[in-house]
Design a binder for this molecule. Structure first.
Ligand SMILES: *[C@@H]1O[C@H](CO)[C@@H](O)[C@H](O)[C@H]1NC(C)=O
Length: 349
């Protein structure tokens, strides 16, 4: 497998900049420049992530990766390639109003360009809502390049009337007023449950505050472009039948996309898909209740023969070292999860 850093691919320019703990690359795809932040050992299988509208890997997946068990599970098994939607990386320049608009289809093709650039064959994908749509479309178009899909509050139909209207309001306000308070509130409603957004009696949760700050760093025109690409998305329900990989779906019970995600799950082959509904949670499960994702992720990855190392620096020979993962670890109550009785359609071939 070719490694990227020393690749002298003439088609791509690679302006490396350092970001904390990872390496950010700018890849010139057939549909424009895109930022990919890499964490981990590039000899390991690749896990591609794609965030929702207005977010990047820091604001969309930080909660999950700050959870030590999830971090060790994912970094032990994968090298992470965090793709940012065009212009969603920190410090991005605003796109020019004359740049051609990108469709969701173009965004899916960009993912293929990223894989080609890094010489990646088949990958695992993790996407949230809009990002889940892009990665699902990518999996439908390039079936053999995806070994598994982990989708958080995903969608596969065209926008509902209410989503379409809300997106139109957001895009108009973004266009005329930029990333103002109203846009931030509407986006936060898209991501989080009412519970963490707080109200007159309950304070807003930290995770919502930091997300609002992160939104303030975004370039409004770039967010507008991704939003418009998704508002013009096609119904890809029929394509789901062509998927050849296992799929793990998480959806927040209080997500505005709850019904959409249930619809999508119902169209997947039951033998290869599992649905986890997370109680009292909005769409952005990775930030609002990342702990709830751990156990299902472990089970899902076990299906690929992947596992989480028994952490701590105990020598493997030590009589004290755990030889197997203790069963209590899988008991939701011990993990303090608010998982409702997990409604799974268990996967496994
Ligand atoms: C979340 O969803 C559950 C189940 O649909 C519902 O009972 C509950 O009231 C919702 N919570 C909020 C804050 O909307």
């Amino acid at each position: 497998m070719p490694t990227m850093a020393d690749s002298t691919d003439s088609f791509s320019i690679d302006m490396e900049t350092s970001s904390p703990g990872g390496k950010e690359h700018f890849i010139e795809t057939s549909k424009g420049l895109i930022s990919v932040a890499i964490f981990g050992d590039q000899d390991k299988p690749a896990l591609i992530t794609y965030p929702d509208i207005g977010l990047n890997y820091m604001s969309c997946f930080q909660g999950l990766f700050l959870c030590p068990e999830a971090f060790s599970l994912l970094l032990h098994n994968f090298c992470l390639y965090h793709i940012s939607p065009p212009g969603h990386e920190w410090g991005a320049a605003p796109t020019s109003r004359d740049d051609p608009a990108l469709s969701a289809d173009d965004l899916a093709d960009q993912v293929a360009d990223v894989l080609d650039y890094f010489g990646l064959g088949a990958v695992m994908c993790l996407g949230v809502t809009g990002g889940a749509y892009v990665l699902t479309l990518f999996a439908i178009k390039y079936t053999r390049r995806v070994i598994g899909l982990i989708l958080v509050s995903p969608l596969c139909k065209t926008p509902s009337w209410s989503e379409w209207l809300c997106n139109k309001v957001v895009s108009n306000v973004l266009y005329y007023y930029g990333m103002c308070g109203l846009v931030k509130e509407l986006l936060l409603m898209r991501y989080f449950s009412k519970e963490v957004r707080g109200g007159s009696l309950v304070p807003e949760a930290d995770v919502v505050q930091s997300c609002r700050r992160a939104l303030g760093e975004m370039q409004s025109l770039n967010v507008l472009r991704f939003l418009e690409a998704l508002n013009g998305r096609a119904d890809i329900t029929d394509g789901l039948k062509r998927l050849q990989c296992r799929t793990l779906i998480f959806v927040g019970e209080n997500s505005t996309f709850h019904l959409e995600s249930l619809h999508m799950t119902s169209k997947l082959d039951r033998r290869f898909s599992a649905l986890i509904e997370v109680g009292r949670c909005g769409s952005l499960v990775t930030e609002e209740q990342p702990d709830a994702m751990l156990m299902p992720l472990e089970y899902f990855l076990m299906g690929y023969g992947l596992y989480r190392p028994c952490e701590l620096n105990i020598s493997p020979r030590s009589p004290l070292s755990p030889t197997s993962i203790s069963p209590e670890l899988f008991n939701p109550e011990n993990m303090g999860l608010k998982l409702k009785p997990i409604k799974t359609r268990v996967s496994k071939a």
